[in-house]
Design a protein around this ligand. Sequence first.
Ligand SMILES: [Mg+2]
Length: 229
Amino acid sequence: MILLLDYDGTLTPIVSDPAEAKIEPARKKFLTELAKRHTLAMITGRDIESLRGVFGDIPPTIYVITSHGASIYRNGRLLKRFATAKAPDLSSLKEKLSSVKGVIIEEKEGCFAVHYRKVGEKEEERVKEAFREFIEKHPPKKVIEGKKVLEAVYGGFDKGTAVKNFLEFIKWDGQEPVIYIGDDTTDRDALRAVKELGGTGVFVGERKPPEADILLKNVEEVYGFLRSL
Ligand SMILES: [Mg+2]
């Protein structure tokens, strides 16, 4: 089986500081074991350093697809890079948001993200406005609005293309069952891709989007589901 798993909100609960979304040791051990029996890839909006920061050392059997599909890593090595365009210089945006407390600007491969989970409600609009202004001047290929995060993607990839590129990369035979699990708007592209390919899409949240086959309520249920495989 091929298991494609989002990280934040899927394998770990969403927390106010993304740098604190550490995986529980028992869950990491479980995933390490799972990856011995199945092809397992984590598909995340994070870059590799950011994921290592919360996951720790990544077992050599687990693939990591970073920045919504910009690159594929395994065993500490970059195996393939799909990013075609760089993100613009962010200094004007940083300058503009320097007075907003709690805002986090994350520069990644071919994209950048503005996290505002820790920003006061009154300041949220200011953050969004600054983001809008910036992308008007530097139009990205795609804008993704996630859970208290705005992302601008310049590389022309999303989690949908990430799924297709990965399956091609591992020379998927078209037969082995594919399961994708994710919790956010960005994952819906992936769920759509998996559905097109005849796989199973699992959404984590309150309501099942049309692209998904199965709904799980929370991270706890994700591990229950994975254990049942
Ligand atoms: Mg997520």
